[in-house]
Design a protein around this ligand. Structure first.
Ligand SMILES: Nc1nc2c([nH]c(=O)n2[C@@H]2O[C@H](COP(=O)(O)OP(=O)(O)OP(=O)(O)O)[C@@H](O)[C@H]2O)c(=O)[nH]1
Length: 155
């Protein structure tokens, strides 16, 4: 290896690995979607997000989402297929979000991590919303023939 190569390698920033996350857009028959606040103690505490969490080794997106929603909300989801995949680079993590629309679930909603939940129509009335969710909110708005204003979701 030449000196030049060594210098380049030594000074290169370490590669950031993606954190894979399964996220559910739970949709009620009237079109309302479920958002909840990030629990105390987590990055972006109190920000509104779609429910979900990190995919563990060996899990499919659907399995991870089903596990997370039982853990966080106490509900068991029906079928979930990946609808969109997005990425967001936060200071604390580079995340790849695997979004699923979910229309079937069973059980009673129970906030098991101290969150608050809200069924929301578009445009959302809650804020601030995690920026990683903006692309999906834009697509959901487009599906409904609505415009999306990210500025309105800031703190
Ligand atoms: N659940 C969820 N996570 C999101 C959304 N948008 C978004 O950028 N994220 C990011 O995805 C990551 C999810 O991680 P998490 O901390 O909620 O997952 P987890 O419950 O498995 O965490 P833990 O096991 O470390 O406590 C966070 O970095 C979060 O900022 C969203 O709408 N919902």
């Amino acid at each position: 290896m030449s000196d030049a190569t060594s210098v380049t390698t030594a000074s290169a920033a370490p590669a950031r690995t993606h954190t894979e996350v399964a996220v559910g857009v739970l949709l009620r028959a009237d079109g309302a979607m479920l958002l909840s606040t990030r629990p105390p103690g987590k990055a972006y505490e109190g920000y509104w997000e779609f429910p979900g969490g990190k995919i563990e080794t060996g899990e499919t997106v659907e399995q991870a989402l089903r596990r997370e929603l039982i853990e966080e909300l106490g509900v068991t989801i029906g079928p979930a297929q990946v609808w969109k995949v997005t990425e967001h680079d936060y200071p604390h993590a580079l995340v790849r979000l695997h979004w699923c629309k979910v229309t079937e679930w069973s059980g009673e909603f129970e906030m098991r991590e101290g969150q608050i939940m809200a069924w929301q129509q578009l445009p959302l009335q809650v804020r601030p919303v995690l920026p990683g969710a903006y692309p999906v909110l834009q697509w959901l708005a487009e599906e409904r023939g609505q415009t999306f204003d990210p500025e309105s979701l800031l703190e």
